[in-house]
Design a protein around this ligand. Structure first.
Ligand code: CA2
Length: 142
């Protein structure tokens, strides 16, 4: 089973800034644990701060992989193009947000991605990615 994790802008700063909102662990540390816990799953990881690069990666994995776990970062709330890319691919996408976007500023309540996602996880911290991975594994078994 192949799962792609894609993180959008500023998520390369995880563990370095704003620990109160985004936690203290870097994504690379978390990913190493995830790969150890799920040895049967091939987990690719891609992070970019650039909108078009994220779209290229969505298209690259979007017809071959079994699932995409996608945190579009701030582009969630602004990018028609990223929403269009998610709508255009075959692979199901779970949208993940580390923070509870519904408990923050009003503008974070709208997502251009959610209408095209299989589901949305928000506010569970970095563990939301593990929850998303569990869901894809259980879906594949059923
Ligand atoms: O909660 C999330 O995962 C977000 O997608 C994170 C985005 C934010 O714009 C969304 O509304 C919700 C921001 C990512 C910024 O990541 C940082 C991580 C560490 C330190 C500073 C920023």
């Amino acid at each position: 089973m192949r799962i792609a994790i894609i993180n959008g802008p500023n998520l390369n700063l995880l563990g370095k800034r704003e620990p109160g909102i985004y936690g203290t662990q870097s994504f690379e540390e978390f990913l190493a644990v995830l790969r150890t816990q799920y040895p049967a799953v091939t987990i690719s990881y891609y992070q970019s701060n650039v909108e078009g690069e994220l779209i290229n990666e969505i298209q690259r994995v979007g017809f071959e992989y079994d699932g995409i776990i996608f945190n579009p970062g701030g582009y969630t709330h602004t990018s028609v193009a990223i929403g269009d890319a998610v709508a255009a691919i075959k692979t199901p996408v779970l949208e993940v947000h580390i923070s509870n976007v519904h408990a923050r500023e009003e503008f974070r309540r709208h997502s251009y991605v959610s209408p095209h996602a299989a589901g949305v996880i928000a506010g569970l911290g970095i563990q939301g990615y593990a929850q998303a991975l569990d869901w894809f594994i259980k879906q594949a078994r059923s």
